[in-house]
Design a binder for this molecule. Structure first.
Ligand code: MN
Length: 229
């Protein structure tokens, strides 16, 4: 897929555990989005939306804010393969993007208007509805005017990621979405970097779920003391 050539060129798949995107994972019915917290040279949030068979991607330089008054700089980066959406782990030092990747949010998204979202992106203005675990409701991506191109330098498109005013907005609370754990494994960046499998909190949660099941079973048995007919 030509769309992923820049993604592949930057990476040595013999060294990094990131997906090469060769499996050609099929698109799900509802378009997905994912946010990967990436502890690289600088900590940032990689915001990706499924569109046109790939993840359109931006590196958001700070924690996405639920406050509609706060605009976050989102630097457009290369398209990523769809199987990147489940990647959590460590990219080896010296590799492109070397550092720890944490699944910070994921879910589905739709465009707010009926038109072609790809066209909206080309026009530099995309309004979305996100249904994630942390990012919810209306959000907008707005492209800034490109800086004058320096000869031989590739233009990097800068965008703004902005929360829209709705029930999910948190006016006056810039950091309302702050959370240090993975939505998939409950791990902190440090635990992912150390290669720990699951956190104690996650294990406890799993245990609670089991004992809840047992309690329901016990209650059901109480209702029919014979246990069987
Ligand atoms: Mn990144």
């Amino acid at each position: 897929m030509a769309k992923l050539s820049e993604y592949r060129r930057k990476r040595d798949f013999g060294v990094t555990a990131e997906p090469s995107g060769k499996t050609g994972k099929k698109s799900a019915k509802a378009a997905r989005f994912v946010v990967q917290r990436h502890d690289a040279t600088r900590l940032h949030y990689d915001f990706r939306i499924e569109l046109d068979g790939v993840y359109k991607s931006w590196a958001v330089t700070k924690l996405p804010s639920g406050d509609p008054a706060v605009k976050r700089l989102a630097v457009e980066v290369e398209d990523h393969p769809l199987d990147y959406g489940s990647f959590e782990g460590t990219i080896p030092k010296g590799q492109y993007g070397g550092g720890t990747v944490q699944l910070w949010d994921r879910g589905h998204w739709i465009a707010q208007s009926d038109g072609d979202p790809l066209k909206a992106l080309k026009a530099g203005h995309l309004k979305m509805v996100l249904d994630g675990e942390r990012m919810k409701g209306g959000w907008a991506l707005i492209r800034l005017r490109d800086k004058a191109k320096r000869p031989g330098k590739k233009v990097r498109h800068n965008w703004l990621l902005i929360k829209e005013k709705d029930d999910y907005a948190t006016p006056g609370e810039e950091e309302a979405l702050a959370a240090g754990t993975s939505i998939k494994t409950g791990r902190t960046l440090e635990e992912i970097a150390q290669g720990k499998k699951k956190t104690a909190a996650r294990k406890k949660k799993a245990k609670t779920a089991v004992s809840k099941k047992k309690a329901v079973k016990a209650r059901a048995q109480k209702k029919s003391p014979s246990g069987r007919k």
